[in-house]
Design a protein around this ligand. Structure first.
Ligand code: PEP
Length: 251
């Protein structure tokens, strides 16, 4: 039995004032505990969120980490060990905005994944195809390649301490959502790929769907057998909307 996870990616949004409002809004939500809830604020706001949500069962995560696990001479980067010390338990790796806009390769994503685990963080590995790749019928090849980068380098066992997020690039921030059936097909393929090497790990790993998830479509998506919750961008900036999505995952 996999406990659902709903993760809010706040991206490069927020001021101290708007983050304080979001914290207040999250504190007012009734979260049943059936689903695990996590938020990923910008690095600048992690300390504020850790403090503001101290008595609330919400996990805090970083949006990225350096390829080097420990602090050192790497200007502008944040080490996984620093995220851990700041109170994070998770970190996103390989988000498509970083893969596509910042040119992050699979090799870099593998190093970040390894750095995160070395510091006791749970990496949330983001995978997903562009619209052109979907239209060319390459979805499973692309997602399989992104997954294989980790499995080939580290072995399938590392997914016992990781989360996968399937995020079709064409559905991120566009208002377009993969249908539950489209998402389920990819989630099942991801699980099958992992199961080919270790059925136990594959059966336990949580695979989140991300791409314009909102309260109105969450229950249908989360009702699919291989969708174990969501990675939510835009809708996670509204505490009431995000709370409703978390409750949909807990039902
Ligand atoms: C994301 O950036 O991870 C995401 C899923 O964004 P949105 O929900 O806004 O599509």
């Amino acid at each position: 039995m996999r406990r659902p996870l709903v993760a809010g990616n706040w991206k490069m949004h927020g001021t101290r004032a708007s983050v304080a409002e979001l914290i207040e809004g999250l504190r007012r939500q009734s979260l049943s505990g059936d689903a695990e809830v996590a938020v990923f604020p910008s690095c600048l706001h992690i300390a504020q969120v850790v403090e503001g949500l101290a008595e609330v069962p919400v996990v805090i995560g970083g949006q990225d980490c350096a390829v080097e696990p420990q602090q050192g001479a790497l200007t502008g980067e944040v080490a996984a060990s620093q995220l851990r010390e700041a109170g994070c338990a998770m970190v996103l790796v390989g988000h498509s905005e970083r893969r596509l806009s910042l040119g992050e390769s699979d090799e870099v994503v593998v190093r970040k994944f390894v750095a995160a685990q070395a510091c006791g963080l749970i990496p949330v590995l983001c995978v997903g195809e562009t619209l052109a790749q979907r239209e060319a019928g390459e979805t499973l090849v692309v997602v399989g390649r992104q997954l294989a980068a980790i499995v080939d380098a580290q072995g399938v066992g590392v997914f016992a301490r990781a989360v996968v997020a399937y995020e079709p690039v064409w559905a991120i921030g566009t208002g377009l959502t993969a249908s539950p059936e489209q998402a389920q097909e990819v989630h099942a393929a991801i699980r099958a790929r992992l199961a080919a090497q270790d059925a136990d790990v594959a059966g336990k790993v949580r695979i989140l769907y991300g791409g314009s998830v909102k309260a109105a479509n969450a229950a249908e998506l989360f009702g699919m057998p291989d969708i174990d919750g969501g990675l939510v961008g835009g809708a996670s900036l509204n505490a009431d909307e995000f709370g409703a999505i978390c409750r949909a995952a807990g039902n």
